[in-house]
Design a protein around this ligand. Structure first.
Ligand SMILES: *Cc1c(COP(=O)(O)O)cnc(C)c1O
Length: 400
């Protein structure tokens, strides 16, 4: 990732098609649109690639999470289990619905720890939302078993792992609903956009209506459509969808490139004593958008990240100190810094977060480095980068 490194003739042709008609709206305008239905086309391509019955495109990955939760019936007061290591969108989507995000430990997969999930369940838990961070996945089989046992929804955030799989199933298709982001830095991008996939017809119909103000999309006259329930505007535009249509056709090419580059980097680090790779569940196949590994200690991880940057190796993240992805820096959440008042229920039930720590998550995240795997590198560039990483890391490890 990111897919924008590969923009070319295909993307331009798809966008031109939309501009030629001037119809940027995904619904209606049948007479003017020269037969282009880019959002619909992207939905068909997504459902087909992910082997699900249905797909709904929306305006962002955050919108996909929100629409997925709403469509599956999550609402005010319901608890949704999310990991301590994720993107802020996880709790934003939950809070937007008046529901309660329940932060829960990760393990050496860097994703939700099934044992911690089981402990976090209460009689108000409605859904478990694992996040397949940095190209690899949560251990979905035990998570799914827990969800079945307690009658909970399993909603996969596959925004960072599109194209990966688990037990041979595309990530996102294992749980009740799966979510993707096509934002400006994801493996396939359309600027801003997202999508959700499901085999559940009711959830799909709900998503279709909810993401368009509750419109039921029955008949040809938009003005005459009825509104079976309240919705919102989470629509994608035809312009964005057009870029997505081109990019999803190239997904498997992108995955091959990422995998090749990943293996080049991995081979270089393979012999280094003190480096251990992040755990990928047994039946899992990553999408190879990041290479994640552990150093022996927090101090060494910090030192290694600094040394890599100093040697010109960009894109290696130490998420432990990062403002966006780890609970330690989410003061706006833990302090409930909301522009307007929040409900008394949300206030009460999140009040404990302020002083809460997650030592088990810290144990893994404090020692983790996460290095971006770019599509645009040549083979030589990937090889040079691998050699440089090996040199820098072995120096750090031997100084310990
Ligand atoms: C990018 C991302 C999102 C949100 O997607 P946007 O399209 O940027 O709203 C959600 N979850 C994860 C894990 C992400 O990486």
């Amino acid at each position: 990732m990111p897919g924008f490194e590969m923009f070319g003739a295909l993307e331009r042709a798809e966008v031109q098609d939309v501009l030629d008609s001037g119809v940027l709206m995904r619904y209606g305008f049948d007479g003017m649109r020269n037969g282009h239905w880019k959002a619909r086309e992207l939905e068909q391509a997504l459902a087909s690639r992910m082997n699900t019955r249905f797909a709904q495109t929306v305006s962002s990955g955050t919108a996909a999470l929100t629409v997925a939760l709403a469509s599956a019936g999550v609402g005010a007061g319901d608890e949704v289990i999310i990991p301590t290591f994720t993107f802020v969108a996880s709790f934003e989507a939950v809070l937007a619905l008046g529901a309660i995000p329940v932060l829960t430990d990760i393990d050496d997969t860097l994703c939700l720890d099934p044992a911690a999930v089981e402990k976090a369940i209460t009689d108000r838990t409605k859904a478990v939302m694992p996040v397949h961070m940095c190209g690899s996945m949560a251990d979905l089989k035990p998570l799914s078993a827990i969800c079945k046992k307690h009658d909970l929804l399993l909603i996969e955030d596959a925004c960072q792992a599109i194209g990966g799989s688990y037990e041979g199933k595309p990530l996102g298709s294992y749980g009740d609903v799966g979510c993707f982001s096509f934002d400006y830095v994801k493996t396939i991008t359309c600027g801003e956009g997202g999508g959700l996939i499901t085999d559940n017809e009711t959830f799909y119909r709900n998503a279709d209506h909810y993401s368009d103000h509750g419109h039921d999309h029955v008949g040809k006259d938009r003005g005459a459509e009825s509104h079976p329930f309240l919705g919102y505007n989470f629509r994608i535009s035809e312009l964005n969808a057009a870029v997505g249509v081109a990019q999803i056709k190239r997904l498997d090419d992108f995955l091959r490139i990422q995998e090749n580059h990943y293996h080049i980097l991995e081979e270089n680090l393979a012999g280094l004593k003190g480096i251990t790779m992040r755990k990928v569940p047994e039946t899992g196949v990553q999408n190879y958008s990041f290479m994640n590994f552990f150093l022996p200690s927090e101090a060494l991880a910090r030192k290694a990240q600094k040394a890599l940057v100093a040697e010109g190796i960009d894109g290696c993240f130490y998420w432990y100190d990062n403002n966006w992805h780890y609970y330690r820096k989410w003061e706006h959440l833990t302090g409930l810094k909301s522009l307007g008042p929040v409900s008394r229920d949300v206030e009460l039930r999140l009040s404990g977060l302020k002083n809460r720590t997650f030592p088990k998550s810290d144990h893994w995240m404090g020692r983790n480095l996460s290095c971006l795997v770019k599509l645009g590198w040549s083979r030589e560039e990937a090889a040079q980068r691998g050699e440089k990483m090996k040199e820098v890391l072995s120096k750090i490890l031997s100084s310990a």
